[in-house]
Design a protein. Structure first.
Length: 259
């Protein structure tokens, strides 16, 4: 199998799993595809992005994963990852999402930033914080395409970092949010955390994001949403209302329904 064919094959499998809502087993290290390196994993992600764009979806932003120690421990990985989010993933604040479209969704409390201008990835002088004009509380819905969320680091990158949905609270003028209390409530439980769990300060996620986007040539454009990563471990989203409150930033909610 040529390198291009292998990337396309892997992307097709993951894309189909996402579209049809059916799970896969880990691809990295499988008999068929062998070991997948990080560079190949990002190339596979890029290929799945191309398919979504071809279907008429629009990129609305980027997301970081594994920015919190708790998430890293939960998933047994040790470095951050970057994925893309699309218009099709956005859920209106207070709105509903149809859970039958997901495999095994989970929710995560997050902080979102908004990029005010395009970023030149080759400009070594950039401080991404200066490119951000707004901040909002957010909830991310993740839905790994791998059975039981069992994946390797390369697997989850290829799977666009389990991205599946997101809700944004009210945008407000950018200001630091290093240690804000976070509460996320699902119909089964309530979990508390702090934004400091996101790399000690979610602004650090912006610095990490720039490093990763430069390395993997992931464009950063004006208007993009940046999901900085979960402030707690992910919680199963079985239905009902999920509310997340980030102190000083406000509330955001969504409802899981079955149509
Ligand atoms: C990968 C996505 C991780 C986060 O905020 O850490 C993520 C996963 O856990 O399936 O979005
Ligand atoms: Mg997340």
């Amino acid at each position: 199998m040529t390198t291009t064919t292998r990337i396309q094959e892997l992307a097709r499998l993951i894309d189909q799993a996402q579209v049809s809502g059916t799970e896969l087993t880990s691809l990295d290290g499988s008999e068929e595809y062998g070991k997948i390196d990080v560079e190949t994993a990002y190339a596979v992600q890029e290929e799945t992005v191309r398919s979504r764009l071809q279907r008429g979806e629009t990129i609305t932003g980027v997301k970081l994963g594994f920015t919190s120690k708790e998430k890293m421990a939960q998933m047994n990985v040790s470095n951050v990852i970057v994925g893309r989010v699309f218009d099709s993933m956005e859920i209106e604040n207070g709105g509903a999402t149809d859970l039958s479209h997901y495999i095994h969704p989970k929710v995560e409390p997050e902080v979102a930033y908004r990029l005010s201008r395009d970023v030149d990835l080759d400009d070594p002088e950039i401080d991404l914080v200066e490119y951000v004009d707004a901040i909002a509380p957010a909830v991310e819905v993740i839905d790994s395409r791998y059975r039981d969320f069992k994946f390797t680091y390369a697997d989850v990158i290829a799977d666009n970092t389990s991205a599946a949905g997101y809700v944004l609270g009210q945008w407000q003028a950018f200001r630091p949010a290093p240690d804000n209390h976070v509460t996320i409530t699902t119909q089964e439980k309530q979990v508390e955390g702090t934004t400091a769990a996101i790399l000690d300060d979610p602004e650090n996620a912006l610095h990490e994001l720039l490093v990763m986007c430069r390395r993997h040539r992931i464009p950063l454009k004006a208007g993009y949403v940046i999901l900085a990563g979960a402030a707690t471990s992910a919680i199963p989203f079985t239905g009902g209302v999920v509310t997340c409150e980030v102190a000083e930033l406000g509330k955001v909610s969504l409802e899981g329904v079955r149509k």
